[in-house]
Design a protein around this ligand. Structure first.
Ligand SMILES: *Cc1c(COP(=O)(O)O)cnc(C)c1O
Length: 479
């Protein structure tokens, strides 16, 4: 593909985009239990109009576009109220959960430096999102993994306390954790954080917006927000359960002093003075305007109604899954994030069987005491789909039980066991071929059925898995 010498017509451009989109996961219809959040066509229309209106504005400098300052302050005030923060709580609108989490890590590192900590450490439950590992690696902070209870998947407080040391700058709790929908014991963590003068970040990327609505509806949600002493920052994505355009999240800090550590300023070059609240400098204002528009369009009542539909669907799913004797739910999810494990059926095969019936579910590999499982994330469009999904799930369990896959053969097991990160580049094509993938340049690299591939990946060390993932990306982007 090269850039056309003569520009295409509008029709041609969009015909081509339509063609490219053919194999994408459908973002509408509720058959995807992950990735997409669909609050309906009215919300979409509002979002799209706001996005188009603000597409050309540059978030680099709010003094040039003062409306951006107003939009961000409005959103932050709403977010602060939602999480019971006082006037002293301040925040930043970011491009997503990952950026919010990373900036929390940066702020903690800078505060640690100011206190004389040279080799900062981050206490991270094994259930904490990968975004914190990313922040730690980008900003040179050492991750100290913390165990979780093998039944509840909440952080193990004794292990947390044992690992707290003089170099600890930050600990992280999730509300809720993506993998199991479980809320960590934030009050107990806050007490420990306060006693030891360590920062506590609550990762509410996926839960912090939704959980207060669920609490209002009568669900049993333990306090996790700024009411809890010791909580010093909270990340909350708006592009998840607030249905804002992708590229919308907020990071709230207990006070402005802590937030200052997340900022960047540079006057040491010949161009314009740079001061950034986020990692991006020039950035689109479209997500900001889209988020503002959706928050104001739906309002408290709108969000509560959507939360009720998610709650009802989640209840139906939990009951329906628990009633199937081959399946069990990991932990006790506080929101619509459900991890389904099994001792009798191969869960990766179950993912394939569901995919064949048009359902997208996420396979989660075994890690840190959490067995391999099938992950569901419930959003408004799936709410109507609980019953048909449960019926298909039961069928798929029967199907997989009746014809279990053989599993990786001895040769493959041996090859996987011997694989080291250094060998990945050389052995990649061979490995993919062994699990039925690698159909050439155009045929797609991955096999249509993924159970075999996932079973092999599940056997690798964390480092080898990471090397494999990078190699995969490197092959995917050929140009
Ligand atoms: C989604 C998520 C993140 C990362 O957010 P992105 O918006 O995908 O960058 C972090 N933490 C949790 C708990 C999440 O669910």
């Amino acid at each position: 593909m090269a850039m056309p010498q003569q520009g295409m017509s509008t029709d041609e451009v969009f015909a081509r985009l339509d063609e490219y989109r053919q194999d994408d996961l459908p973002v509408k219809g509720g058959r995807a239990w992950g990735f997409v959040y669909d609050a309906g066509p009215e919300v979409d229309a509002v979002k799209q109009r706001a996005v188009v209106t603000y597409l050309g504005k540059n978030g680099l400098d709010p003094t040039v576009f003062p409306s951006l300052e107003r939009l961000e302050n409005d959103i932050l005030a709403i977010a602060r109220d939602h999480l019971n923060g006082g006037e002293e709580v301040v925040g930043t609108f970011t491009s997503g959960g990952t950026e919010s989490c990373m900036l929390a890590v940066k702020a903690a590192r800078e505060r640690g430096r100011a206190k004389g900590i040279e080799e900062p450490e981050l206490l991270l439950p094994v259930t904490a999102h990968a975004a914190f590992h990313k922040g730690a690696r980008y900003f040179g902070v050492k991750v100290v993994p913390v165990a979780v209870d093998p039944e509840s998947f909440m952080v193990d407080l004794a292990d947390l306390e044992a690992k707290l040391g003089p170099s600890t700058v930050l600990m992280v709790g999730s509300a809720a954790g993506y993998a199991h929908g479980v809320i960590d014991p934030i009050e107990a963590m806050g007490k420990l954080a306060k006693e030891r003068d360590v920062l506590l970040h609550v990762d509410g990327c996926i839960g912090a917006w939704l959980l207060p609505f669920l609490a209002e509806l009568g669900e049993d949600i333990p306090p996790f927000d700024f009411r809890v002493p010791g909580v010093t920052s909270i990340s909350m994505d708006l592009h998840k359960y607030a249905y804002a355009p992708k590229g919308s999240s907020v990071l709230l800090f207990r006070d402005a002093e802590l937030r200052r550590h997340s900022y960047f300023a540079c006057a040491g070059w010949t161009g314009y003075s740079v001061v950034n609240t986020t990692m991006q400098s020039t950035k689109s204002a479209a997500p900001l305007a889209g988020a503002w528009a959706v928050l104001h369009y739906l309002g408290h009542e709108g969000y509560r109604k959507l939360a009720a539909s998610i709650r009802d669907a989640t209840r139906a799913l939990l009951e329906g899954i628990e009633a199937q004797e081959d399946l069990r739910i990991l932990g006790a999810p506080k929101m619509g994030l459900i991890a389904i494990a099994s001792d009798t059926v191969e869960v990766f095969q179950l993912c394939d069987a569901l995919a064949a019936r048009g359902w997208y579910v996420q396979p989660q590999l075994a890690y840190g005491g959490s067995p391999k499982n099938v992950h569901l994330m419930v959003e408004p469009a799936n709410a109507r789909m609980a019953e048909p999904f449960l019926a298909d799930l039961a069928e798929c369990v029967r199907e997989v039980k009746a014809s279990p896959a053989e599993g990786p053969n001895e040769m493959l097991v041996q090859a996987a066991k011997m694989l080291t990160p250094e060998m990945v580049e050389q052995r990649f094509d061979e490995l993919i071929a062994m699990v039925g993938g690698g159909g050439g340049e155009e045929g797609g690299m991955l096999p249509k059925e993924r159970a075999g591939l996932n079973a092999v990946i599940d056997m690798l060390s964390t480092e080898t898995k990471e090397a494999l993932l990078k190699e995969f990306m490197s092959k995917l982007y050929r140009a």
